[in-house]
Write a new protein. Structure first.
Length: 113
């Protein structure tokens, strides 16, 4: 069963840097995380997003062939290191959830690996 891991976060307020600089840092690490995840077994697709009304809100979505693939990716050492870097740049209380893809999704690519 295909699952999606969804992360939504806000870049932290930092008086020494502009909001857009901090967001750019978070986006770079999110892109690095996505590059890493895309090479792991069961990865289907993923992307980073920015809030429409709140530009300090950023996040990512990744689709996985199975729950076990998503869990394996989350516990990968390099994944943990990248997520720790992200946590240093964002406000506490971000949303991280794993959901099952339901219904009859169209045009999903085949899983890699």
């Amino acid at each position: 069963m295909t699952v999606a891991r969804i992360s939504i976060m806000r870049t932290s307020r930092d008086l020494t840097r502009s909001s857009s600089d901090k967001r750019a840092q978070v986006e770079r690490v999110l892109d690095e995380l996505e590059d890493h995840l895309s090479g792991l077994p069961g990865y289907v697709m993923g992307f980073r997003f920015v809030g429409h009304d709140d530009k300090d809100e950023v996040g990512r979505v990744s689709l996985w062939n199975a729950h076990e693939d998503a869990d394996h990716a989350a516990t990968n050492n390099h994944t943990i290191v990248l997520r720790a870097r992200i946590h240093q740049l964002i406000d506490p209380g971000h949303l991280e959830t794993l959901v099952e893809v339901a219904g009859n999704p169209k045009n999903l690519p085949e899983a890699k690996g």
